[in-house]
Design a protein around this ligand. Structure first.
Ligand code: ARG
Length: 478
């Protein structure tokens, strides 16, 4: 005879093999074992407080739950597909050890509020881990920027050489993107920071559940206002998956730049050997696999966000079994985000920059053509549209003859327009001068780079405080 389910009272027949296989989540939601035990311990303490469990019973339950935790951690725990999910697996084991006492734990609780609470605890913990990792990446960007303040590289629009920029400006552009990711992860964490136990299946419970006690015991920021909404919504998961997707979109764009700029044609960057692989057929190859893999994983993580959005769409109110599937993309995103942050940090850390190759491109790409046009405006009082045309003509002649702005002889410039032979010409096209003229807050001049570095460091201090607050606030009951 098949074993009876914990919910099997009203059934004459056991579930079919298909029902078991399609319905199980134990193959993936075992990831929640520690949060499930944490939640159950607090729940048992609350049951004691409202007189459902005696002090002795509660202690036995708490001790046994901790024992089960050890069994799971040491690999001794036997996960059975018949137990469906992590909640029933742990409860079955509790009853196996404690007999009827184990059966008391599920008083005033439904798996609907239980699973939502577990995931919220899980998210709070994992986002804290992610924030620590992300912080170290932010530090790495600042270090890299600081080291490369005097290196000038091409800035692109449309992937065409546009204007010279300081490499520090480039690295800090990625820093600020990741600062936003950091703040969005914090926001997802706050969204998860809510007590939902006491919501029951959907309507609340027939007991005087002490929700304030549970909130305190589980160190949660607030208590949900509506039991139906509490078991119904997955906004905290969506917010987390959005922050993860945004991080990965940012990461994939940097990866693309690393791939491009470390190719032979650019050669501005070189990745350390340890982050690249060779080819089994082409002996010369050094492939930027880490960058490509992270770029590829962006699709996977964004797919996870889409998965949960589509899963939620049109579902009727409160709990639906569809929601069981939310954990697959959630757990995967947590792993991929951690890997992806570490990957970018290692790349930034080990990235070598080759200033001479960047200068070669800056020269051949006429990167200071705008500065020359502006010089004609300032020094020669020529209207900008006219100066734009004169410099455009100069670029055309250079391109046709294989010169750049630095190598075209003065005589040839004079044929285009006599103003181009003025002694100020040479100074107007200097790469460094071009950068330093962009002396507006947020610009690429050396002065502004120093200011930006200062402001980045101030930001790091603020974020560090956030992490510290998080660590002291988020303590659990076990
Ligand atoms: N394994 C389920 C989930 O992850 C737990 C909740 C099941 N609730 C129910 N009424 N069947 O969503």
């Amino acid at each position: 005879m098949k074993e009876k389910k914990l919910w099997g009272g009203r059934f004459a027949e056991a579930p079919s093999s298909l029902m078991i296989r399609i319905g199980e989540s134990i193959s993936f939601d075992r990831e929640l074992y520690s949060q499930d035990i944490t939640g159950s311990i607090s729940h048992s303490r609350m049951l004691k407080k409202i007189g459902i469990l005696t002090a002795e019973e509660q202690k036995k339950i708490e001790d046994t739950l901790l024992l089960i935790k050890k069994e799971i951690q040491s690999g001794k725990f036997e996960f059975k597909i018949e137990n469906e999910d992590i909640h029933m697996s742990i409860e079955s084991r509790l009853t196996e050890i404690l007999g009827d006492l184990g059966k008391k734990l599920h008083t005033a609780r439904s798996r609907n509020d239980q699973v939502s609470q577990d995931v919220r605890l899980y998210l709070k913990e994992e986002i804290s881990n992610i924030l620590v990792l992300l912080y170290s990446l932010l530090q790495t960007w600042v270090e890299k920027a600081e080291k490369n303040i005097d290196v000038i590289i091409p800035g692109y629009t449309h992937l065409q050489i546009a204007q010279p920029i300081r490499a520090s400006h480039y690295f800090l552009s990625h820093f600020w993107a990741n600062v936003r990711d950091f703040e969005d992860f914090v926001s997802a964490k706050n969204r998860a920071d809510e007590l939902v136990l006491g919501s029951g299946a959907l309507a609340g419970v027939n007991y005087q559940t002490d929700r304030a006690f549970l909130q305190k015991d589980l160190q949660l920021g607030r208590i949900s206002e509506n039991s139906m909404d509490a078991v119904s919504q997955r906004d905290h998961i969506l917010k987390f998956l959005f922050a993860s997707s945004q991080y990965y979109i940012h990461a994939s764009r940097f990866c693309e730049e690393v791939i491009l700029f470390s190719s032979q044609e650019f050669s501005y960057f070189r990745l350390p050997d340890s982050l690249t692989t060779g080819s089994s057929i082409m002996p010369q190859k050094k492939n930027p696999d880490v960058a490509e893999l992270i770029r590829g994983k962006a699709g996977r993580v964004v797919g996870g966000l889409n998965h949960v959005l589509m899963m939620m769409k049109g579902t009727p109110s409160s709990y639906n079994r569809d929601f069981q599937e939310d954990k697959i993309p959630l757990f995967d995103a947590v792993k991929q985000v951690k890997l992806g942050i570490e990957g970018i940090r290692e790349m930034v850390n080990g990235l070598e920059v080759f200033p001479n190759n960047a200068i070669r491109s800056l020269r051949s790409g006429f990167s200071t053509a705008t500065d020359l046009a502006d010089w004609l405006v300032f020094q020669k009082k020529i209207p900008f549209r006219t100066s734009h045309e004169i410099v455009g003509e100069l670029v055309k002649v250079c391109s046709a003859k294989g010169w750049d702005l630095f190598t075209i002889p003065s005589g040839e410039r004079g044929k285009i327009n006599p103003v181009l032979t003025d002694p100020g010409y040479e100074e107007a096209i200097v790469l460094e001068t071009s950068c330093d003229k962009k002396n507006v807050p947020g610009g690429t001049s050396k002065l502004q780079q120093k200011e930006q570095l200062k402001s980045a460091k101030r930001k790091l201090k603020d974020l560090e405080k956030m992490i510290q607050n998080n660590l002291t606030k988020g303590k659990k009951n076990v």
